[in-house]
Structure formats: structure tokens, C-alpha cells
Design a binder for this molecule. Sequence first.
Ligand SMILES: [Zn+2]
Length: 525
Amino acid sequence: MKQYLAIITLSGVQSFIEQSRKTGDLWAGSQWMAKTMDQLHDEIIKKYSFCSVIFPQGVSSSKDAFRVAFPNRIVLLLKGEQTGEEYEREIQWIIDKLQKQAVESSVRQIKQQFPLMPTDLADKQLRSLFKFHFVVTSHGSSLKETMDEAEQQLRTKKKQFVYQDWMSQPEHGLVCPVCQERTALTNTPFTPRLSMGKMKQIAWETWTQLWEKAQEDRKFVLAKENEALCAVCLSKRLRLKESKYKFPSLDVIAEKKDPYYGLLMMDGDQMGDRMKQSLDDGLGTYQNLSQAITEFAQGVVPDVFSDDEKLLIYAGGDDVMSFLPRKNVLQLAGKLRFAFSQSRPSLNTQTASMGIVIAHRRQPLRHVLAETRKMEALAKAQEGKNSLALTVFLRSGTPLQASLHFGYHEEQYKDEVEKSLAVIKVLPNSFLFELEKALLPGLLSEKEMIRAELKRVLNRSEAPNRLVIEGQLELSKDEANDVLMSLYDRVGRGASEEDRLQQWIAMLHMFNFIAKDEIADKGES
Ligand SMILES: [Zn+2]
């Protein structure tokens, strides 16, 4: 009996999901990806009843389909008399079949909206949408070594894959405004050397009826005026239209009284390595960990967001994406981070990092998504990881940015963050500007000197000697000093002293922005 390890994953998922103009695009895109993986998983199990899927474990697809997503990775063990090549051929066949069905059903939906449209362009765009990569690796001396080898092979395969040949880059014609990548669909195909005026005319003839419907009915998600979409972005909108669940729009997420909202992306720190290491203790340990991650996504994450559950875009394994109300951004981030390590005993030494952006609802969502992804990478680049990296985009002025270490004690994080928010809330706005004026020109870098300077500025500020917070907590100026310095110990881990000081001041400004009721930003109309 021969044994093989197979890993299957989808490529280009992040950019596909993040090509979004509306929150609904984002949600529909991630659901589409997850559903595709879920279907593939079902097909694999049907075909290989004798195999065991070791990652993910215990995903129940019926459970809250609109929040919990199938992760973008399937790892399975195959036993039998077949050769590796035979398995490869069969898996490729399953993937091809799945893709063919997906393309056909999307093309059918598009045809219902545009009966006159030729389908070849839509077909081509949809066919090149999901690119699966997989490897089938012969079982070596140990499962861990086999896993190592399989991952290496997968990386090589992905690297060798030439994206340019595969993406259907537009050569001529109007580009879809959502993905800004593929050609917009039209009843009459674009030909080379058409004038811009003529192309717009062609788009108008195709899309005008849908634009009119969109104007009449705000819930009609298909297109708004001047949106002539490609097949992929249109399919996302059609999925949205058919879904019973309506993801709230940015106008709903960021309400009238507060036009700002937060977006968070979380990822477990070095989860892949951790999973691989667990194979040293046997397959059972690996499967336990795999199960724990699923339970985190299915059971724990929806609980963390219970008050704001409508804002959760997806939770797939240790990957979480959610909108957040501005006011609770820091508390919810901490709750999520510590819920991750506390959810199951096998995860209790596990940490996670997060990128968070606070933005105005009028800012292009695509930009906010790209920045949040950057912040996630920045958080992971901090010494010891286990951090959040936060950016606040004001409507005017330079964005603020800093990183904050979570530490290892939930109560301490919560206490320091909440007290800092409370202290900053009762201090006059002028305080931060005074502090900045005192600290930044000379770039004091000694922590004790910074503490002394903070004390001097606090004492000179108009704030009363005892700060009464929320009518109950009462702090002296010395205590307030300690509270704000506790943040200093968390920011910019591993950065130079100068950078750290700047991050601390930026973080205090962001706390000020989060804590205060009035919008400090004058750009709001
Ligand atoms: Zn598009």
C-alpha cells in the first residue's frame, strides 16, 4: 500500500476578494471563494472515501454560511494502490469539472440579465478566475518531512506559474471600474482603435437598463450609473442579489453621527510552522490543532463579535476579516486576540497579529482594504509579532500610524487601553499638541526623560488635578502619567528610540480620535 500527502489551495484569492467597491462585493467575493473550496472538499471526499482530510477538521458547511468560511487550504492523506501521477490526474479532473460547472452557472446568470450578449468574453474571464494549485507528494520517512517537501513543491509550482498568461488582460476596450483589470462586458465586442466616445456609447447601450433600475431602487445592487462591469465583478453582484443575507453598506456601518469605521484583518502568528511542528507529536496532535482552529472560526469569532456580528466578513481558520465600530476598535481587537489563545488548550501559547485601519466612509474601499493588508504585514514585522498595527485616515492631513503590542495578559491589555482612552478623553485637545511641541524637536529618547516631560506638560495643562473619568474612576495627574506611559512600553517593539517616540505620539493622537465624541477632523462636511 502506498501513501501520499496532497495539498490543494487557491491562488490569487486576496486580490480577488479585495477588488471591491462595495462592502457587498467584499462579502460576496469571500463567500464565493469559500464555497468553491467547500465544494471541492465535498468532491474529494466523495471520490476518495478511504482518504483522510487532515486540514481543515470539522468544518460544518451548514453553520452560519454567511459568516464562517471554508479556509483556503485542504490537506489530505491518500492510501491505496494508485500512483502519485494517477492521483494528480484525478484531482485535476475534479478541479476541471468544478470549474466548468462554476463558469457555466455564472455565464447562465449573466445571460439572464443580458440576453443579447455574446458569452465568449465572460467565459474567458470566469475561466481564468480561480487558479488551483496542488501537489501530491509520496510519503517519506516521516509525515513532517513529507509535509515539508509538499510545501516546498507547492511553493515552486506557484512560483513557476506565469500570471500574465493566465489573467485575461484587456487589450482594448473599457476597463471594469471595480477590479480595474478586466474588460467591461458589452453586447457589441470592443474592437481595436475605437474612440472613447464610441466605447462609452457601446457600454451605455448594454448597461442603461440596469443603471436605470439601480437609480430607482437603492437595494438593487447590480450596478450604479456608469458601472460597466466585467464578468467576475458582475457575478459577485449577482450572487449578492440572490443571497438572502444583505451585507450592510458603508453608510450603515459608519452611521450619520460617526462617518468613520474600522476594518480589521487578523492572522495567527506562524500558524503554518506551528501546525508542522505539531506533527512531531503525531498526526493526532496535528488534527487536534486543526480542529481547534475550526472551532475558533465557527464558535468563538461569532461570539466575540456578537454585538456587531453583522460586520463580520469572514472567519476561515485563523484568518478573520471584519468591520468594526470606531469606538470599539481597540477593545474588540484585544478580545479577538485573546479569545484566539484562550479558545482551546492546544492554542494557548498561540499569538495573532492584526492590521486595522480607521477610515471615512467616503474613502474608496479598495484603498482601505489594501492599507489594512499592509498594516497586517506591518504588525507581523514587529519584534515578537503579537501586535496590532493601526492607521487612522483623517479626511484631511497625513495619516497616523503606529503599532501596539498585545502582551500576554488580557486583563492588563484591557485595563491599559481602556484607562488610556479614558484619560485622553478628559484631557483638552491642546495637551497633545503641547506634548508634541515639547518632545519631538529634540527627539528625547530616554524613557525616563520622556516620562518627566510628559509629567511637566500634564501638570501645566488646564486639566484639573484629579481627573474624574466616567464619573467614577478618579486619577491623580501622576497616575494619569503612568497610564499614558504604559502605552509607551507597547508601541513600536524593536523600532529605534526615535521611531518609538514618534509612534507613541501618533498612538496618543489615534486614541484621542477614537475616544472623543466630537470629530476632531474638520474635513467632515
Ligand atoms: Zn471587474
